[in-house]
Design a protein around this ligand. Structure first.
Ligand code: DGJ
Length: 743
């Protein structure tokens, strides 16, 4: 998959994509030539070089023809003839930041480099190859190793950079992007996922303008505000057509994703750790590794982009034990009880849940210390005997006896003021001891850049987990970091805090999973405040949003599906009026939306009427029937809730013999226009039975003509006054199977 011409041109290709870069002789830098659909290998790619000498450029000494300002580069740096943002910036002992990283050598490997406590994609030897290009600084002995991994079955290349220190001087790394890519495109749009608490992953599409545009986080977590993902697309690109270049960063901390459109129509695309408030001191022997970025090229629009991400993450990122394993139907007591519960209430919920066919009971916040509200007890992971007099072990056994698995909520990174931990260890709290330390939700952040803090929390969690019969953990995180400071880091190293913090989070995940390898972990950060690929590596599912309203969830789940597979999208049926927006929606609508995710319930099932209980039972039967299809099939977004009154999506099994479609009408329309929903991903030559309509139609027909929805409103069989109206917030599920009669 990796071709090399004359030790100076590198062509990574797998039949779907080509990525070409070369060593530029005059300047010694690595020059980008092409990224896009696969092109045949050639003995030379010289013809791809674009060069123009322009007035007002700076040139290196004794040279009048090459300015880095018009060379597309793979690792641009400060202090050259290029004025655009660099990918690497190092401060030297003299205080300057002038560097020049020249090509030195390369190597190829089919083994992935493993970096302790930093999640990256993984692969078997036959599935991918990594080209490492080594650059050497002209002014020091620093080297940069740039890993490019090309995967056999995906139009995806990952990039990760490592800077290696070899001498006795001290250098300060100020900026170190995971990737810099100069693409010759500017007349494009870019798409990203913006949001806030309770309205995460809202799809935003903007026109690229000249100059800088970026998404980022400075909050210590990837954040609700921007997901660490963006895509650049042709203006005419849609869900099903057009070129899309998409980038997803395997990182949960402060990140930046930016596009700098220059005056020569080159878009410099960068992604990596946010340089804001970042610096890293390099000492002899140190290697600093950037997070890995996934670069995904799709020729046929956003659906193809998402399918690439979904399949790639399942195969190369999510713990294999859980990647394709069926996710249990869960009940979570949060919206049913909040902090107000006792053992008998929990057991009553669990009993009813078991009767309904639910498989996992999750005890959420409030089981420890004396946490009756959010101002108390985080960091004191001792069971609250007032609420659970027989302890967690006994509770977990009783829940198991009911035939349910047992899960428990933790918020490991936080501490409340009223705990022994807070009193004993003010030095373990993030913030400057002589300055203001803000609280968020009444809580303070533990300094996970210190190993002793991680060990203490691990020991506390371990004591609980080993004492009970545990199947699942929900790892929550409910505030951002505002005054970053660690008393354990010296003056020179405060700029390392944010990155060290997130490495500490990963370290605790590693420790837990080393001891409890079968544990299913669901990550959460006040909903989707840390929904990112790095946490997917440890926690195969994420609580997508604290907003459980079915209508809001259409947008949130639609947006999340841009990057993340359905098996990762935590989705529950909750009660009405909805606790976040007070909206009333039917039980059917709520379930039809939650079904396209991990699926569970988050309401007091003991209070349901008999009619509702039997409805819930049937919903669970339905989910179990389709679970394999939903979690292993191919997902297609069909109609966007961001563009109108209808949302639709579908999942098709890998062998194309079955499909499930979710169709949602937001508001009822009087005398509505006809609706045809063209399906995707079916086999054109198969006959399919549409169970809800008792029709048999060919795949070709369903994809060309589509399902006809006009008859929903006025049923052909009944007269106008007798008609059944779906009304506001209504949904339909449509199930297709390949007709067995067919040969
Ligand atoms: C925020 C989470 O998103 C909720 O699901 C719940 O676990 C609460 N925290 C508990 O405090």
């Amino acid at each position: 998959m990796i071709y090399i011409n004359n030790n100076k041109e590198f062509h990574l290709t797998n039949g779907m994509i080509s990525y070409i870069c070369r060593v530029e002789e005059k300047t010694g830098v690595l020059e980008q030539l092409y990224f896009g659909s696969a092109i045949p290998h050639q003995p030379t790619f010289d013809y791809l070089i674009e060069r123009e000498i322009r007035p007002s450029n700076n040139f290196k000494k004794e040279d009048h023809t090459s300015s880095l300002e018009h060379i597309k580069q793979e690792m641009p740096m400060y202090g050259t003839t290029d004025f655009r943002y660099p990918a690497v910036e190092v401060q030297y002992p003299d205080g300057d930041a002038i560097s020049h990283f020249n090509y030195s050598n390369y190597r190829i490997s089919n083994k992935k480099r493993k970096i302790p406590n930093l999640p990256t994609s993984f692969y078997d030897e036959a599935e991918a190859e990594t080209l490492t290009i080594v650059l050497k600084d002209r002014y020091s002995s620093l080297t940069i190793e740039m890993d490019y991994t090309i995967f056999k079955d995906f139009p995806i290349i990952s990039r990760q950079n490592h800077i290696v220190h070899h001498d006795d001087c001290r250098y300060q790394l100020m900026r170190f992007m995971s990737m810099s890519l100069d693409l010759p495109i500017d007349d494009c749009d870019w798409l990203h996922l913006d949001g806030a608490w309770a309205r995460e992953t809202q799809v935003k599409r903007d026109k690229l303008h000249s100059g800088l545009q970026q998404i980022s986080s400075t909050r210590g977590a990837s954040s609700h505000i921007h997901n660490p993902f963006f895509a650049i697309c042709e203006k005419s690109a849609t869900e099903f057509q057009g070129d899309v270049y998409a980038f997803s960063l395997i990182y949960s901390g402060n990140f930046v994703g930016q596009i700098e459109v220059d005056t020569y129509r080159i878009s410099r695309v960068q992604m990596g750790i946010n340089p804001y408030q970042f610096s890293w001191q390099l000492e002899k022997g140190d290697v600093f590794s950037s997070p890995e970025v996934i670069m995904n090229y799709a020729q046929n629009g956003f659906n193809e982009m998402s399918r690439n991400f979904h399949a790639f993450f399942k195969k190369h990122l999510i713990r294999q034990k859980w990647a394709s394993k069926e996710r249990p139907v869960l009940i979570n007591n949060w919206e049913a009880t909040y902090f107000n519960f006792d053992e008998s209430k929990i057991l009553a919920l669990a009993q009813e849940a078991a009767n309904l066919g639910i498989e996992l009971f999750v005890l959420d916040d409030g089981w420890f210390g004396h946490r009756d509200n959010d101002a108390s007890s985080l960091g004191n992971w001792q069971v609250d005997k007032r609420k659970l007099p027989h302890g967690i072990r006994s509770l977990s056994q009783k829940i198991h006896e009911k035939g349910l698995k047992f899960g428990l909520w933790f918020e490991p990174e936080m501490v409340s003021m009223d705990t022994p931990l807070y009193q004993a260890h003010p030095d373990w709290i993030v913030g400057h001891p002589q300055k203001n330390i803000s609280h968020g939700r009444n809580q303070y952040v533990l300094d996970f850049s210190q190993n002793c803090v991680i060990d203490c929390i691990f020991e506390q969690m371990d004591a609980v987990l080993k004492a009970c019969e545990i199947d699942y953990v929900k790892w929550d995180m409910n505030r951002y970091i505002s005054e970053a400071y660690s008393v354990s880091l010296g003056k020179q190293r405060q700029g390392e805090f944010f990155h060290r913090y997130i490495l500490g989070v990963y370290a605790l995940y590693e420790k837990l999973l080393a001891k409890y390898p079968d544990l299913l972990i669901e990550s959460c950060a006040g909903g989707g405040g840390r929904f990112d690929p790095a946490l997917l590596y440890y926690a195969p599912q994420t609580w997508t949003s604290d907003d459980t309203d079915a209508i809001e969830r259409l947008k949130i789940q639609y947006g999340a599906s841009m990057v993340y597979p359905l098996s990762a999208i935590g989705s529950h049926v909750s009660e009405v009026p909805n606790h976040q927006v007070a909206r009333m929606t039917s039980l059917k609508m709520r379930s039809d939306v939650a079904l396209f995710g991990t699926f569970g319930y988050e309401l007091d099932v003991t209070k349901l009427s008999q009619r509702e209980k039997s409805q819930v039972k049937n919903q669970i039967i339905l989910f179990k029937k389709h679970r394999t299809l939903l979690h292993t099939g191919t997902f297609f977004r069909l109609q966007s809730p961001f563009n109108g009154n209808v949302c639709a999506w579908m999942v098709v099994s890998e062998n194309q013999t079955e499909a499930l479609i979710g169709y949602y009408q937001i508001l009822a329309e009087p005398n509505p226009p006809y609706q045809r929903l063209r399906l995707k991903g079916l086999n054109a030559d198969f006959d399919y039975t549409i169970w809800e309509k008792e029709q048999v139609r060919t795949g070709k027909d369903l994809m060309a003509v589509g399902l006809i929805f006009g008859e929903n409103y006025i049923d052909r069989a009944s007269d106008f006054w007798q008609r059944q109206m779906a009304g506001d917030f209504s949904s339909k599920l449509i199930y297709l199977t390949r007709n067995k009669m067919q040969g």
